[in-house]
Design a protein around this ligand. Structure first.
Ligand code: ATP
Length: 413
């Protein structure tokens, strides 16, 4: 097993871990790779971030080791942990081996430094309790995590797990879908009991936001969302009617990654579920929903005045210019065909239209510098777009002719 684990780590990481081990030993401590990273190594999955438990002072270790790599070190005093980048790219959490005491369900725990055993016992599922000694790559498996990984089973470590920390309910569904693991029978009934007793509602808005953010990043959010629906979590949180089929259908079109993905998912939920709590959990995305609503209002006005007549470039620019691309991408999948066409034309033609003029050009044409210049530049751009004047010289020449003209065109731009 030692050989298998070592060989599955990239060579550069092996070297970095060897150096980490030498440094912690000099400090009189011991260090272990733990949690998700060990699970992922055993599953043959890509390794992302590292969790290193230190039997000793992890903050001191992170400062010394991070310092050697020239990394900034971010310390979280409450949990006696610190984050640093080691080697070329490895984001590592250094964790002081600790135990956790839960004063109330849903609240953050109090902690005290403890043994590796207790640190592993505080974890969510057995598959995340494995540790690898950095000294000789020995696998430490106190809770039969290896067997559960082989059987692809999610199992909590004790009966109060979901009650102590209801974020584990969301983590459970995330792992179930992403790893394609099965929730073991007893764990399943503890999960259902915790949900039915309303424990998700005990989480603070911040903690719920964090969990949703992580769910949004999961590659099969639609399936997780459906599971949350089936288990009654959504009904409990949002207390409102929605069509699960519609939401799942829309979620199928979510971009695969990037911030556009998360914004798309958030807009889908905002558009389908009318809930105050949803607004609070997704507060980060509210500005996008405001843009969306504003755009829909503007569009109605335009349609009323124009009918379904084609909009010119300057009108498209005016309609979409203050709207984030992620919102436009969302609208391109949910709105009617006429609107989709407009959005497509804006993205493909207006955004890419070669605009060459600047405030300096306007000054050269005799415009006064000052607060009105920005407004004039905006009008100039719209005139150029309306008349599709391409090429820097032609754009300047066009504006010059406008300056000589009556000024009526400027007013209409
Ligand atoms: P992912 O691949 O989603 O990042 P992960 O297991 O690495 O999975 P993290 O959130 O990075 O997830 O957590 C690292 C480790 O910390 C976990 O493997 C687990 O051992 C522990 N952990 C994280 N959150 C909790 C929690 N709420 N309760 C108990 N243990 C937790």
């Amino acid at each position: 097993m030692k050989r298998i684990i070592k060989d599955r780590l990239p060579a550069e990481l092996q070297k970095v871990l060897q150096d980490v081990n030498a440094d912690v030993k000099d400090m009189g401590y011991r260090a272990y790779l733990v949690g998700g990273v060990v699970r992922d190594v055993l599953l043959g999955n890509r390794i992302e971030d590292l969790d290193i438990v230190v039997e000793g002072d992890a903050v001191e270790a992170a400062r010394i080791i991070g310092g050697k790599y020239g990394s900034a070190v971010k310390v979280h005093n409450r949990f006696k942990t610190a984050t640093a980048t080691i080697g070329q790219r490895w984001k590592a959490d250094f964790i002081t081996a600790r135990e956790e005491i839960y004063a109330a369900p849903g609240a953050l725990p109090d902690i005290r430094p403890s043994s590796l055993y207790n640190d592993l016992f505080r974890r969510d599922f057995t598959i995340n309790t494995l540790a690898v000694s950095l000294d000789d790559y020995t696998l430490i498996d106190y809770f039969r995590g290896l067997e559960d990984i082989k059987d692809r089973k999610l199992r909590v470590l004790h009966d109060k797990s979901f009650i102590d920390d209801p974020t584990r309910i969301f983590r459970c569904l995330r792992f179930e879908t992403q790893l394609r693991f099965e929730i073991e029978t007893k764990t399943k009934s503890l999960l259902v009991e915790a949900i039915d007793a309303g424990f998700p509602l005990l989480l603070s808005i911040d903690r719920l936001s964090n969990e949703f953010e992580r769910l949004f990043a999961a590659n099969e959010f639609g399936r997780i969302f459906l599971r949350m629906h089936e288990l009654g979590i959504l009904e409990q949180l949002f207390d409102t009617e929605y069509s699960i089929d519609n939401v799942c259908e829309l979620l199928k079109n979510a971009p695969v990654r990037g911030c556009e993905r998360k914004t798309y998912i958030a807009l889908t939920l905002f558009d389908s579920i009318d809930s105050k709590l949803l607004g609070l959990i997704l507060h980060k995305y509210k500005k996008y929903y405001e843009q969306l609503s504003c755009l829909r209002r503007k569009r109605q006005d335009i349609w009323r005045n124009h009918g379904s007549e084609k909009l010119d470039f300057s009108e498209l620019y005016e309609l979409f210019k203050s709207v984030d691309m992620a919102v436009i991408k969302f609208l391109m999948t949910v709105e009617d065909e006429a609107f989709q066409k407009c959005a497509k034309e804006y993205c493909e033609k207006v955004v890419r239209f070669p605009m060459h003029i600047s405030g300096e050009d306007l000054k050269a044409l005799g415009f006064e510098p000052g607060p009105d210049l920005g407004e004039m530049l905006e009008r100039a751009k719209k005139l150029i777009l309306k008349n599709r004047i391409e090429g820097k010289d032609d754009q300047i020449e066009y504006l010059r002719s406008m300056v000589k003209g009556s000024g009526e065109q400027w007013d209409r731009a």
